[in-house]
Design a protein around this ligand. Structure first.
Ligand code: E4P
Length: 218
């Protein structure tokens, strides 16, 4: 399973990329606004740090402007994945950009029907938002299960399931059990994956016992 990180903060991206766990990055207009950085500059810098797909989202809502924006974003680096919203203009832009050989991430997916359309439009990635579904008392992970089942029924559907709006490690584990291709994680969730209280307690005890020996490895 691939891990992308869901942030536009270069410091987090560099820190986590050094662990070898980062296969790509996703951004959205809210994350760019939060970073306070120039959109095109920050995407270019992220693409230099991470070799895998870096999602950069169009902000137009009509097909023609989405296409112009998408082509401009794709020129920043070979590993840019253009993000388009799951609307009819977005699906049309997905088809046109995919036909150009550009990676496309179709975002704001909340139903299996939407995921089917994105795959038929040639999306490289579909981004179902599990956390936002949980927020409205709907089981976000059930959507992942349904999309996995649909995509597995048809060899022609090559779109990767990119689980988005991930809020905690349980989302990641459930997504992995369901066979999702990618999860995009806020830095805090990626860091939390390594945490366990018994690991902390065990290490503390080992170090205390080691100190009693008076030895040093070096
Ligand atoms: C990633 O592509 C999405 O934009 C992101 O995961 C949304 O997460 P949120 O629901 O926590 O804003």
């Amino acid at each position: 399973m691939k891990f992308f990180i869901d942030t536009a903060e270069l410091r987090d991206i560099k820190d986590l990329a050094a662990t070898g766990m980062v296969d790509g990055v996703t951004t959205n207009p809210s994350l760019i606004a939060k970073s306070g950085r120039n959109f095109l500059d920050v995407i270019a810098e992220i693409c230099e740090v991470v070799a895998g797909p870096v999602s950069a989202e169009v902000t137009a809502t009509d097909f023609e402007t989405m296409l112009v924006e998408g082509r401009k974003l794709a020129k920043i680096a070979d590993n840019v994945a253009v993000k388009v919203p799951l609307t009819w203009p977005g699906l049309k832009a997905c088809k046109a950009l995919s036909d150009d050989g550009i990676m496309v991430n179709v975002t704001l997916c909340f139903s299996p029907a939407q995921a089917l359309l994105a795959a038929k439009a040639g999306a490289t990635f579909i981004s179902p938002f599990v956390g936002r579904l949980d927020d409205i008392a709907t089981d976000g992970m059930e959507l992942i299960s349904e999309i996995r089942q649909i995509y597995d029924n048809y060899d022609a559907l090559k779109t990767e399931i990119l689980v988005a709006s991930v809020r905690h490690p349980r989302h990641v584990i459930d997504a992995a059990k369901m066979g999702a291709d990618v999860a995009t994680l806020p830095p805090s969730v990626l860091r939390a994956l390594a945490s366990h209280p018994l690991t902390d307690r065990g290490l503390e005890a080992f170090l205390a016992d080691w100190a009693k020996t008076g030895q040093s490895v070096l």
